[in-house]
Design a binder for this molecule. Structure first.
Ligand code: ATP
Length: 258
């Protein structure tokens, strides 16, 4: 379980997240949503232990993040974090990079080799796995980065925009199915961001909506739609909650053209 307790995160003096508290159960797939610049990546980074919150804390299975070297090591061994723009070593092959990630998480070599092959096959990169990273397209790099998170077998996956960055439809489908099955069948807990309502609807056990730095909503897709009173579409519900002026703004953009 992940517990976020009264988390407040500033950049310099500017508060980005204010007094966020939430509990994410084992095996949940939670999507963090909000307008650009609202703090979604900041929240994921705080969960990942990259940022030290000014107030509050984050716990994984009852152990507080950044509280002791032993506790932090225990958390790191079970949490994999993938930033929205992951860095990859350009001269390495994709396969070597994936295997290095497995080594960091103490995955035995034989199991890691087998898993790496299955991941390369999943993302249609069997041949390209032997090429250097700097010869990859953007989407191929994203697939290698995703594979490096999945090979860790970490029970907690923190994924910032895993579906962005040029994934092709086959890659999107593969990632959707894999995340869903990891959560449902293997109790892997996933916290991710994506702005795509269809993905949010299909994957999320609950959705966390951040607005003005605060956790405005943390609920199921069904309840969010019901509360918005807009019938079937999550996209409409989100638009109503997050950007009620969007349609009017589009109209006024055209009205104000000379
Ligand atoms: N390193 C930093 N230093 C100062 N301000 C930052 C830093 N990183 C982010 N911010 C600010 O914090 C706010 C939240 O940023 P964050 O990247 O968490 O938003 P986001 O919701 O993930 O945005 P997007 O949807 O555009 O990815 C933004 O206003 C951003 O300008």
């Amino acid at each position: 379980m992940i517990r976020v307790v009264n988390l407040t995160q500033h950049y310099s003096v500017r508060p980005v997240l204010i007094d966020i508290s939430m509990e994410i159960a084992t095996g949940e797939l939670v999507t963090v949503l909000g307008p650009n610049g609202m703090g979604k990546s900041t929240l994921i980074q705080a969960l990942a232990g990259i940022l030290a919150p000014q107030e509050g804390y984050v716990e994984f299975d009852g152990v507080r993040r950044r509280s002791s070297p032993e506790g932090e090591l225990a958390i790191r061994s079970k949490v994999a974090y993938l930033p929205d723009k992951p860095w990859l070593p350009t001269s390495w092959t994709g396969r070597d990079f994936i295997l290095a990630a497995a080594q960091l998480y103490d995955i035995p070599a034989s199991g890691a080799m087998d898993h790496a092959e299955r991941l390369l096959k999943l993302f249609h990169l069997e041949k390209e796995g032997n090429w250097p990273v700097n010869s990859y397209s953007a989407g191929q790099q994203k697939k290698i980065a995703l594979a490096s998170a999945l090979i860790t077998e970490a029970p907690y996956l923190l994924l910032d925009e895993p579906f962005s960055g040029g994934l092709d439809p086959a890659g999107i489908l593969a990632l959707k199915r894999v995340l869903k099955r990891l959560a449902q069948d293997q109790d892997v807990t996933v916290v991710m961001t994506t702005p795509v309502p269809e993905l949010v609807e299909e994957l999320s056990s609950r959705v966390a909506i951040i607005r003005e730095g605060r956790l405005a909503t943390f609920d199921t897709v069904e309840n969010i739609k019901r509360a918005a009173g807009v019938g079937e579409s999550l996209e409409e519900a989100l638009q109503k909650m997050l950007d009620p002026d969007a349609l009017a703004n589009i109209e006024s953009y055209f009205e104000e053209l000379p």
